[in-house]
Design a protein around this ligand. Structure first.
Ligand SMILES: Cc1ncc(COP(=O)(O)O)c(C=O)c1O
Length: 314
């Protein structure tokens, strides 16, 4: 599995501290009440140095998540993007995963959190393929979860909040306990929603379908990347409610997320997807995504932010 190997520095409220110092009190508001929002961002090794993938968009979503939860955010997306670049540089990373976390800290311990300080941490570490290298090439086995994603008006799914990941944990723990790699959850009305940490795409007769934002999905940045890359390749993507059984009759199914990147699904509920192997559209999108992220194709969408330019910050 993905073990956590410490790096040297973590960014906290505008300054770098040592990895070991990045601790919080057990009675911090977030520990009891899950009052935090966060991001997961990848930085890829390229010939021009480490390049952070779509950092502006991630920082915008972080700020949006904080706003939904009325958390006062003292940093702009631009300042946070600069901090991410410095973080990669001070830790001497060539590629890594970056995790900004905005949390409600130590203070009064009732549910109301208005008086607890908002702390912003940002860490990075090395992280390989989330669903395994083998999964990227051969596909993973998924199940439809017995847990639904959150119904509207319960927990906001457009916020990437740690509370939402209690639901994700239920989905993933159940999937693993039953011998699958990942679970795909339905929304409250029974349509396909998303994986525990990925958006879902279905290919049928040359068209790509994905659930709309109204199906209780996170507005994934890789989801958006896939939609744009598919357009570049001349393949239409339709955002539409997807019936569960479409997963069983699709030609291809794949998952998309920062951690999982683009991962083919080779079976759902033990029913092979198409031929039971990675399909050509999934493979084409993986190839395009990987080449752009690693700087092997021109960055035509302006998705990469090189980190080396901030070496003066060391
Ligand atoms: C529940 C969920 N859906 C979708 C995604 C994909 O989002 P992104 O591509 O922005 O990483 C993630 C990953 O963050 C997730 O946790």
């Amino acid at each position: 599995m993905n073990s956590l190997i410490p790096t040297e520095k973590i960014w906290l409220n505008g300054a770098f501290i040592r990895w070991e110092e990045a601790t919080i009190h057990v009675l911090s508001h977030v520990v009891s009440y899950a009052s935090s929002v966060f991001e997961g961002i990848r930085c890829y090794e390229t010939a021009g140095g480490p390049a952070i993938f779509r950092v502006d968009r991630h920082m915008r979503r972080l700020i949006d998540s904080a706003r939904i939860y009325r958390m006062e955010m003292p940093w702009t997306a631009e300042q946070l993007s600069d901090a991410a670049r410095e973080l990669v540089a001070v830790n001497g990373m060539r590629s890594c995963y970056i995790r900004p976390i905005v949390l409600r800290g130590y203070g009064p311990l009732g549910v109301y959190s208005g008086e607890n300080p908002v702390e912003v941490f940002m860490a990075c570490w090395e992280w390989g393929a989330y669903l395994g290298e083998d999964g990227l090439a051969r596909g993973i086995d998924a199940c439809v979860s017995s847990w639904n994603r959150m119904a509207p008006n319960t927990l906001p799914v457009l916020a990437k909040s740690s509370a939402n990941y209690m639901n994700s944990q239920l989905i993933r723990m159940e999937a693993i306990a039953n011998g699958y790699h990942e679970g795909i959850a339905l929304d409250a009305s029974g349509n396909v929603s998303e994986g525990s940490g990925e958006n879902v795409f279905v290919v049928r007769e040359g068209r790509i379908l994905t659930p709309p934002l109204g199906s209780s999905v996170l507005e994934g940045i890789t989801r958006d990347t896939v939609i744009r890359l598919a357009a570049d390749l001349g393949i239409a993507v339709q955002e539409t409610p997807i019936a569960r059984e479409m997963l069983y009759i699709a030609d291809e199914v794949f998952l998309a997320g920062t951690a999982a990147e683009i991962t083919p699904v080779r079976s759902v509920d033990r029913i092979p997807v198409g031929s039971g192997a990675r399909g050509p559209i999934t493979e084409g999108l993986q190839r395009e995504f990987s080449a752009i992220a690693r700087g092997l194709r021109p960055d035509r969408h302006g998705w990469l932010t090189l980190t080396e330019v901030c070496e003066h910050a060391l």
